[in-house]
Design a protein around this ligand. Structure first.
Ligand SMILES: Cc1cc2nc3c(=O)[nH]c(=O)nc-3n(C[C@H](O)[C@H](O)[C@H](O)COP(=O)(O)OP(=O)(O)OC[C@H]3O[C@@H](n4cnc5c(N)ncnc54)[C@H](O)[C@@H]3O)c2cc1C
Length: 614
C-alpha cells in the first residue's frame, strides 16, 4: 500500500531558504523557487499538485502542515473514521460558544494530514444538486454552472461497479479518473429496511443520488472506497508513487505555511511571490519563491486564516493585530456556511440488526481481522450508508413533518430550485453518540440525523492572535435564523415517524411515548404527535452540531465588496494568487461537498494550465 516516506520532504531547508532580515530583490532571487507553490495538501491540494505536475516543464511544491497518510490506519478503514477525530491528524477546531446552542463550543474537525479532510471524512461521495451550480452562476460565478462542472466530476472519477447496487449505473460516472468511487462492498442489513420505511412514508427510493435528475429521494450513498473495502482519499488517489516520483513535484509534510509573501510596487497591484514556512512556532523560518503563482488550498478555515495573517482581509481587523495591510478585502472569513443538524437521535433497536456488537472487544477485533485480510465485513461499510433528501415544502410530506401542537410556521424556500432538497435525513446503523465521546456499552440502536441543507444563518472566522499557531475564532452563528430551526425540527418529527412505521416494526423498538429527557434514547422514544416544539427546541439547543461541511469563507463573487476571488479563482486586487478549496463555494451546496471540491480543483487545474499557455 502506498509509497515509502522517502517521497516526502519534511526539512524546509531542502525546499526553501532560511529567512533573513533582507527583503530586497537580491534576497528574493537567492531563494529556492518553484513555478507553483500549493499551500495545503488536502482534498483540493492533492488534485492540483497531481494535475499541474503532469506538465514536466513546470515545477510544483505542495506544502502540508500535517503528516503523511500512509501509516494512519484510521484514514483507511471506512467504518472507523470517527476514530481519526481528535487525534494528531485532526486540527480539532472548535467554535466560540453558541448562544442558540446552550452556549456550547461546537466541534469542527478538519483533516491535518495529506488528503486533508478527505482522509478523515465519512466517505460519502455526492455530486449534490445540479441546481446548486445554477444558483452559483446566478450569484455571479460565471463558468461554474452544472454543464461546466459535470465534466470535471467525470474526469476525476474511476467508477467501481458493485453488482449489489444495480441502480448505480456505470455511464453516470467517469471510468478513467484517479478517484475510485462506487457503492461500498458492505452495506449494513438495516439500511435497506430504512429505505423501504422511507417509501412507506411516501419518499421515493432512487437508484442513485448522483444523476442529472438531482438528489431528491432515499438511496444508498456512493462512496470514495476502492472496491476492496478501503478509503480512496485524495492523497491515495492523486498522489500514488508514480506521481510522487515525478522530478518536477516536491511534497513537503509537517510544515506550516505561516504567511504569503508579496512584492509591492507603487501604482501596481501587490503580487504574491512566495510563502514563509516553519516546522513550529519556535523553529527557524524559511522562505520559498513562487515564480508563477501561489495556490492556496488550506480549506474553509485554513485559507482565510493564512489570508488574514498575510495582510489580506478586512482592514480594521488587520490593524487590530498590527498586521500590515496588503489589500483591504472585507469578505475574507465572512459568509461561513455549514450544514446544521438537530443532534444525534438514537432510536432503540432489537439486537442483531445493528453494528453495536462491534463495541465488544472480541467482536471488534474479529471484524478488524476480516477487514485486514479480506477487505470485507462491517469495517468496510460506510458509517452512514444512506439518507433521504427531501423538501420541507413538499405537500406530499406535510403530515410527516408536523403535528402543529404549536403555531404553524411556513418555511422560507432557500433551495437552489424545485429539484433540490433543504432537509437530509441521514442514518447510522449503530449508536454513535456525538462521534467524539463513545456511547455506552450494551445498547442497540440506530442514530439518525436531521440536517438543514440550505441554512440562512452564516457566520465568520476572525483572528484570535497574529500567529498561525493559535487557532482562529470561528463563529458559525448557528440558528441565527429561526428558519433553520424550523427545518431541523421537521426533520426530527419525520425521524420519529419513520421509527414507528410499519416497516420498522420488529426491528426498531421505540417506546410508545416517553418524556424522560435524561435517557440516551430521548427524543427517539417520544411520540411524534405528542412531543412539543419546545421539547424539540430544548433538545436541539443542547445537542445540535454543525455537520463538518463549512464553505464560502473566501467565496467567488464578481467584486471584492461581495467576495474574495473572481470566477477564475484569482484573489481580487492581488496578482499571482488563487484559492482552490471549499472556501470558494459561492454558497452552500445541498449535499455532502467533497466531490464538489474535487471537481473545482480539476477545473482550476485547467484554468491555470490555460493561463500558462496563453
Ligand atoms: C469528519 C468529517 C466528515 C465529513 N464527511 C464528509 C462526507 O462523508 N462526504 C463529503 O462530501 N464531505 C464530508 N466532509 C467534508 C469534506 O471532507 C470537506 O468539505 C472537503 O474535504 C474539504 O476539502 P478542502 O480541500 O477544502 O479542505 P481540506 O481537505 O480540509 O484540506 C485543507 C488542507 O490544508 C492544510 N492546511 C491548512 N492550513 C495550512 C497551513 N497553514 N499550512 C500548511 N497546510 C495547511 C490542512 O492540513 C489540510 O490538509 C467531512 C468532513 C469531516 C471533517
Amino acid at each position: 500500500m502506498g509509497s515509502s516516506h522517502s517521497h516526502y520532504v519534511s526539512d524546509p531547508g531542502e525546499f526553501a531558504t532560511q529567512a533573513t532580515d533582507r527583503t530586497d530583490k537580491g534576497a528574493q532571487k537567492k531563494r529556492k523557487a518553484y513555478d507553483y507553490v500549493i499551500v495545503g495538501g488536502g482534498t483540493a491540494g492533492c488534485v492540483l499538485a497531481s494535475r499541474l505536475s503532469e506538465d514536466p516543464s513546470v515545477t510544483v511544491l505542495l506544502i502540508e502542515a500535517g503528516t503523511s497518510h500512509e501509516k494512519e490506519i484510521f484514514t483507511r478503514i471506512p467504518l472507523a473514521f470517527p476514530r481519526a477525530l481528535r487525534t494528531h491528524i485532526d486540527w480539532a477546531f472548535e467554535s466560540i460558544p453558541q448562544i442558540r446552542a446552550s452556549n456550547r463550543s461546537l466541534v469542527i474537525p478538519r483533516g491535518k494530514v495529506l488528503g486533508g479532510s478527505s482522509a478523515i471524512n465519512a466517505l460519502i461521495y455526492q455530486r449534490c444538486s445540479p441546481e446548486d451550480f445554477e444558483q452559483w452562476v446566478n450569484l455571479g460565478a460565471a463558468g461554474w454552472g452544472y454543464s461546466d462542472i459535470q465534466p470535471y466530476f467525470k474526469k476525476a472519477e474511476q467508477f467501481i461497479p458493485n453488482p449489489r447496487s444495480p441502480g448505480v449505473k456505470a455511464d453516470t460516472y467517469g471510468a478513467d479518473g484517479p478517484l475510485k468511487v462506487g457503492v461500498a462492498p458492505e452495506v449494513s442489513p438495516i439500511h435497506q429496511v430504512l429505505i423501504e420505511a422511507c417509501e412507506e412514508l411516501g419518499v421515493e427510493a432512487v437508484g442513485d443520488l448522483n444523476t442529472d435528475k438531482g438528489p431528491l429521494g432515499a438511496s444508498t450513498f456512493v462512496s470514495i472506497t476502492d472496491g476492496k473495502g478501503t478509503r480512496n482519499s485524495l492523497a491515495v488517489a492523486y498522489l500514488p508513487p508514480s506521481v510522487l516520483e515525478r522530478p518536477n513535484l516536491t511534497v513537503a509534510i509537517n510544515t506550516t505555511t505561516e504567511k504569503i509573501l508579496f512584492e509591492e510596487v507603487s501604482g501596481h497591484e501587490p503580487r504574491a511571490i512566495g510563502v514563509q514556512v516553519a516546522k513550529s512556532a519556535d523553529s527557524p523560518k524559511f522562505r520559498v519563491r513562487a515564480d508563477k503563482e501561489v495556490l492556496l488550498c488550506g480549506g474553509t478555515i485554513g485559507t482565510p486564516h493564512v489570508l488574514l495573517l498575510s495582510g489580506l482581509g478586512p482592514k480594521e481587523e488587520l490593524v487590530k493585530f498590527d498586521i500590515p495591510v496588503i489589500k483591504d478585502l472585507p469578505c475574507v472569513g465572512k459568509n461561513y456556511f455549514d450544514h446544521i443538524a438537530a443532534g444525534p437521535l438514537a432510536i432503540r433497536a432489537k439486537p442483531g440488526w445493528t453494528y453495536d456488537y462491534l463495541t465488544a472487544p472480541v467482536s471488534g477485533l474479529l471484524a478488524l481481522g476480516r477487514w485486514l485480510f479480506f477487505g470485507s465485513g462491517p469495517m468496510a461499510a460506510l458509517a452512514a450508508p444512506g439518507a433521504a433528501f427531501v423538501r420541507t415544502d413538499d405537500q406530499r410530506h406535510v403530515d410527516l413533518f408536523s403535528c402543529w401542537l404549536g403555531e404553524r410556521v411556513d418555511i422560507r424556500d432557500n433551495t437552489a430550485g424545485p429539484k433540490s432538497p433543504d432537509l437530509e435525513i441521514l442514518w447510522f446503523p449503530l449508536i454513535t453518540g456525538n462521534m467524539i465521546t463513545p456511547p455506552p456499552l450494551g445498547v442497540h440502536g440506530i442514530t439518525m440525523g436531521a440536517m438543514a441543507l440550505k441554512p440562512e444563518s452564516s457566520g465568520e472566522l476572525t483572528l484570535k492572535t497574529a500567529s498561525i499557531y493559535d487557532k482562529p475564532l470561528i463563529n458559525p452563528n448557528v440558528f441565527e435564523s429561526d428558519n433553520d430551526w424550523q427545518v431541523v425540527a421537521r426533520g426530527v418529527r419525520f425521524i420519529l415517524r419513520l421509527a414507528r412505521s410499519e416497516t420498522m416494526q420488529g426491528i426498531l423498538d421505540p417506546k410508545p411515548h416517553s418524556t424522560d429527557q435524561s435517557d440516551i434514547f430521548w427524543p427517539g422514544d417520544a411520540h411524534p404527535d405528542l412531543i412539543t416544539d419546545d421539547e424539540i427546541r430544548a433538545y436541539v439547543r443542547d445537542h445540535c452540531l454543525p455537520i463538518f461541511h463549512p464553505t464560502s469563507s473566501a467565496r467567488i463573487s464578481p467584486t471584492l465588496e461581495t467576495g474574495v476571488v473572481d470566477a477564475q479563482l484569482k484573489v481580487h486586487g492581488v496578482k499571482s494568487l488563487r484559492i482552490v478549496d471549499a472556501s470558494v463555494f459561492p454558497t452552500q451546496v445541498s449535499g455532502h461537498p467533497a466531490a464538489v471540491v474535487v471537481a473545482i480543483a480539476e477545473k482550476a487545474a485547467d484554468l491555470i494550465k490555460a493561463d500558462l499557455s496563453s
